[in-house]
Design a protein around this ligand. Structure first.
Ligand code: FES
Length: 141
């Protein structure tokens, strides 16, 4: 076997040994979905959301996020950062009034996160949210 043939065999071996890793890397998408407008990440299951009509995730991405269902209609989902813009308490969803209320100093936000009562002055940050299969997916940015 001459040198050229030997190097050719080595190259084929390296390619063949890296092929399984390349195939595995393509399958690592798990619970992340990328769309043209950004990456959506699972924050929980639809069953979890349906238990109470809301899903609070404090250690997910984006972090933290509160998803609420305002109706059985999938377009009735809203996802906000539940950190009150006044002083950082965690707001609570009041389904009957369809408001996010802050327990610390009384700020209230409407179902889209806009301030309807101070002392907060800025809206809650909102995220795109959708259901895919049995997962509640929130856009990361
Ligand atoms: Fe929410 Fe003050 S921290 S109203």
């Amino acid at each position: 076997m001459d040198r050229r043939m030997f190097l050719s065999w080595i190259g084929m071996g390296a390619l063949a040994s890296s092929l399984p890793m390349a195939i595995a890397a393509c399958g690592l998408r798990d619970s992340k979905q990328t769309s043209t407008s950004g990456t959506f990440t699972s924050v929980g299951s639809v069953a979890q959301l349906d238990q109470t009509g809301q899903l609070l995730v404090t250690d997910g991405v984006p972090n933290p996020v509160l998803v609420v269902r305002q109706s059985a209609d999938p377009s009735g989902l809203v996802a906000v950062n539940p950190t009150c813009t006044h002083a950082g308490c965690t707001v609570q969803w009041k389904a009957d009034a369809k408001t996010f209320n802050c327990p610390c100093h009384g700020a209230r936000y409407d179902a889209q996160g806009a301030v309807i009562q101070g002392p907060a002055r800025r809206s809650l940050k909102t995220y795109a949210v959708q259901i895919e299969g049995d997962q509640v997916m929130v856009q990361e940015n």
